[in-house]
Design a protein. Structure first.
Length: 194
């Protein structure tokens, strides 16, 4: 399985060692082994990192076409703590998609299959296209033992990679069919979440 460009550019997921195991429209599965530097002051996995894993699976599942889809909101319930050496897996599934919004459920489990957390995510599809990237060198990517693909950390801009700072508006490509100034103003603040 090859990673799509969205995940090839995802430096945060690469830094955390996430592995994309399944990527299909409306569903995904991503795993991460908990490291010592992912623990909080009580020696358990930091809740923010459990959420980051779930959010990554959510992002893959809700980006089903060529428009940028971002989180409009999400709620997490923590059910079990984990610690270094354990492997967490987030599995995301679309529950509903209508117009520009979607509803997704994400389950985070440990290596034994025990439920660690549940997330309900709400997506908003924007009028933007993914960032334009020129010359994305592949460094550090590989296939995991779990038959998935590791999220590769790309080279920095100092090493010659040029990444556009924001996604390209769809209207620049001529695909925008309507204009809603109130909605457009709201989207610019929502798009910060990814």
């Amino acid at each position: 399985m090859s990673l799509r460009p969205m995940m090839q550019r995802d430096r945060a997921s690469a830094m955390l060692g996430m592995v994309v195991e399944h990527d299909a429209p409306g569903e995904s599965r991503v795993s991460m082994t908990v490291r010592d530097d992912m623990l909080n002051g009580f020696a358990i996995t930091h809740g923010g990192l459990v959420f980051t894993l779930a959010d990554t699976a959510f992002a893959i599942a809700c980006n089903e076409d060529d428009r940028v889809t971002v989180a409009g909101g999400a709620d997490i319930t923590f059910l079990k703590s984990t610690t270094a050496g354990q492997t967490l897996t987030a599995t995301a599934a679309r529950r509903a998609r209508s117009g520009r919004t979607g509803l997704y459920d994400i389950r985070v489990t440990d290596e034994t299959g025990d439920l660690v957390a549940e997330v309900r995510g709400r997506s908003i599809t924007t009028d933007r296209r993914p960032p334009v990237v020129s010359a994305v060198p592949s460094t550090g990517s590989g296939t995991s033992a779990a038959a998935g693909t590791s999220v590769a950390a790309g080279s920095s801009a100092a090493a010659g990679t040029s990444v556009a700072p924001v996604a390209e508006p769809v209207e620049a490509s001529g695909l925008r069919s309507f204009s809603d100034p109130e909605r457009d103003g709201a989207l610019s603040t929502t798009e910060v979440s990814r």
